[in-house]
Design a protein around this ligand. Structure first.
Ligand SMILES: NC(=O)c1ccc[n+]([C@@H]2O[C@H](COP(=O)([O-])OP(=O)(O)OC[C@H]3O[C@@H](n4cnc5c(N)ncnc54)[C@H](O)[C@@H]3O)[C@@H](O)[C@H]2O)c1
Length: 352
């Protein structure tokens, strides 16, 4: 199947390169790049320099019967209009995340694709991040006992990049940008209903959209999950910190540094107090080395090209899209409740 990319910016270019590598891997269901369309002539020139066919308009893509699918990698406000046009032209669709500006728009996008008998899949690529898969693996293996708290954070140091990401009307803000990934990961990891949430947005430099947020979600069964996104933090904190009754796991970064510390004996007979600031503490002292063991992370590597493989197989009628509509809409529901909490300053008690 041939696929055309609309929007050849950072992510459009990423897809062009990865689709080429996918094709070269000789997959069972190939996807090859038909060409790109971008409104920016500089991006069109850049595509030509890379030996990629450039369509003069989106209309030209709709008219090209050799194109079976499109991949939309434009700013967020344009995902829906392009998806509607693609569905009308009978092309299968991959949309970059966040698929839509709201849950209502997302539902409409799915409805139009379904009515036309087309596959519509959102590129939730962070389901195949090694760090996420490794944390999921720690939970599944029970390495640290009953997990009661998870911290997932991404801390940037460059503010909100680019122009459209700062504009509300274009779908800017860190909730739609990173929240959509990190909430999706959370819902893939914790198989329990949500009971309440609290969210706080930050506007450090006075942009019209949030430059970061802190979201605290409580699940039935007691797991507390905290997502932190910042864009002005100049000292790193771990990407993941996972707390269990028998240990703590840390994934420091996307290079997969980190480890697990497991408790060997609950009562630390060798515990010595420490000087702490202008005082003394045993409570906050680290455990003695005799009472814990340090283990490497049980690293899981993602299957290469898993998303493209699934989309191509789905478009050929062999598989269902792995990113399911119900899952995407649940993420949207949660983002909208988080926005409600941030606006009101209140804890939202709901079953999601
Ligand atoms: N899944 C991921 O990991 C990931 C990472 C980054 C960005 N994204 C998503 O990808 C999308 C694009 O982000 P980006 O970082 O590449 O942005 P970008 O600004 O680098 O690229 C957007 C491109 O769209 C083009 N464009 C704008 N209006 C257009 C129109 N009317 N028709 C055609 N092209 C148009 C721009 O000229 C630009 O080249 C966003 O939805 C973003 O959320 C996803």
């Amino acid at each position: 199947m041939k696929i055309a990319i609309i929007g050849y910016g950072g992510m459009g270019n990423y897809h062009a390169m990865h689709l080429k590598a996918y094709e070269q891997s000789a997959p069972e269901d190939p996807l090859s790049l038909a060409g790109i369309y971008d409104i920016d002539p500089c991006r069109m020139d850049y595509a030509r320099e890379n030996g990629i066919r450039v369509y003069a308009s989106a209309e030209e893509i709709w008219q090209d019967s050799s194109v079976g699918a499109v991949l939309i990698a434009t700013p967020n406000d344009l995902h829906a209009p392009y998806a509607f046009a693609a569905a009308a032209a009978g092309k299968h669709i991959i949309s970059e995340k966040p698929i839509a500006m709201s849950s209502a728009e997302a539902q409409e996008m799915y409805a139009r694709a379904e009515a036309a008998g087309l596959i519509f899949e959102v590129h939730q690529n962070r389901r195949w991040d090694d760090d996420f898969l490794t944390v999921k693996n720690i939970l599944a293996r029970g390495d640290i006992g009953h997990v009661y708290r998870i911290e997932s954070r991404v801390l940037g140091a460059n503010g909100i990049p680019g122009a459209w990401r700062k504009e509300k009307a274009r779908g800017g803000g860190m909730m739609l940008d990173w929240g959509v990934h990190l909430i999706d990961q959370m819902l893939q990891m914790i198989d329990a209903p949500i009971e309440s949430l609290f969210c706080d947005y930050s506007y450090i430099y006075g942009e019209e959209v949030e430059d970061g947020f802190d979201l605290l979600v409580r699940f039935r069964g007691g797991i507390e999950y905290r997502i932190t996104v910042l864009t002005d933090c100049f000292r790193p904190l771990p990407r993941w910190q996972v707390y269990g009754t028998e240990g703590t796991a840390t994934v420091e970064d996307w290079e997969m540094r980190g480890g697990i510390t497991r408790v060997l004996e609950r009562e630390d007979k060798h515990l010595v107090g420490i000087r702490a600031g202008n005082g003394f503490t045993r409570t906050m002292a680290q455990r003695s080395s005799e009472s814990v063991e340090n283990l490497p992370l049980p690293i899981v590597h993602a299957e290469p090209f898993a998303f493209y493989k699934n989309f191509a197989a789905a478009a050929s009628g062999k598989q269902r899209p792995v990113i399911r509509k119900e899952e995407v809409l649940r993420v949207y529901r949660l983002m909208e409740e988080a926005a409600r909490s941030a606006a009101s300053g209140e804890v939202i008690r709901i079953k999601i």
